[in-house]
Design a protein around this ligand. Structure first.
Ligand code: DX5
Ligand code: ZN
Length: 214
């Protein structure tokens, strides 16, 4: 499955970018929220998401790259997020914030930076709906994939088989034609793609081509 990232689109024509995602056949649309503190850049807040919500029925996948995410969950859920990812490195209250996401009616996801091992999130693996493995340093689109992160996808895949966990595995950053198959073969369920997706004229055939290669 695919979650094209709005960050790769043109914000001055955001509804068209979202339409390009919906009509490509992707199951998800990925929204990168940055606060200028957890990551250096600032992107957008809940209003951007609620303004776009009526334009698409795809699953809104909201990736919070913000400190103290527990202070903002209600707002993003009310804006129309269907799933919300919080970084394990961004809060002292990971267990609480993941449960808060569920209480607000969204699916919960825990994200880890390239330097954070899977063992760091081990206690929450039984309760999460998704694990988001960052395959670049969060904060910018268009970066190069960090190959060492592939092992975390394999590790998460074997852990869920061994323990019977039900989370889906998502990867984010530097994904495109050259490495998508390797990631899916390693156990990935959802590929986030920003620059690679928006660089394509025919986005539907691009996604289909990757799917058919699997
Ligand atoms: C990076 C963001 C990504 C970004 C990916 O911090 O979390 O979602 O949009 O962009 P690409 O696919 O260009 O690496
Ligand atoms: Zn992201």
């Amino acid at each position: 499955m695919f979650s094209p990232s709005m960050l790769g689109g043109d914000f001055s024509r955001a509804a068209e970018a979202l339409e390009a995602i919906s009509s490509s056949g992707a199951e998800y649309a990925h929204f990168d929220v940055m606060d200028g503190s957890f990551v250096p850049e600032i992107s957008f807040g809940a209003k951007f998401i609620s303004d776009l919500r009526p334009y698409s029925k795809v699953i809104f996948d909201v990736h919070l790259m913000i400190n103290r995410p527990e202070d903002h969950i209600e707002r993003f859920a009310a804006a129309g997020a269907n799933m919300i990812s919080v970084h394990a490195e961004s809060t002292n209250h990971l267990w609480r914030v993941l449960n808060l996401i569920k209480e607000c009616g969204a699916d919960c996801s825990v994200a880890i930076n390239p330097g954070t091992p899977v063992s760091f999130i081990e206690p929450v693996l039984p309760i999460v709906d998704y694990v988001l493995v960052m395959t670049v340093n969060p904060g910018w689109g268009g970066q190069r994939f960090i190959p060492q992160c592939l092992d975390k996808i394999k590790e998460l895949d074997s852990r869920r088989q061994d323990e019977g966990y039900s989370y889906l595995i998502e990867a984010d950053g530097g994904i495109g034609r050259s490495n998508a198959k390797t990631l899916f073969d390693a156990g990935l369920d959802i590929a986030v793609m920003g620059s690679a997706f928006f660089a394509e004229d025919d986005k539907a055939s691009f996604l289909r081509e990757i799917e058919e290669s699997l």
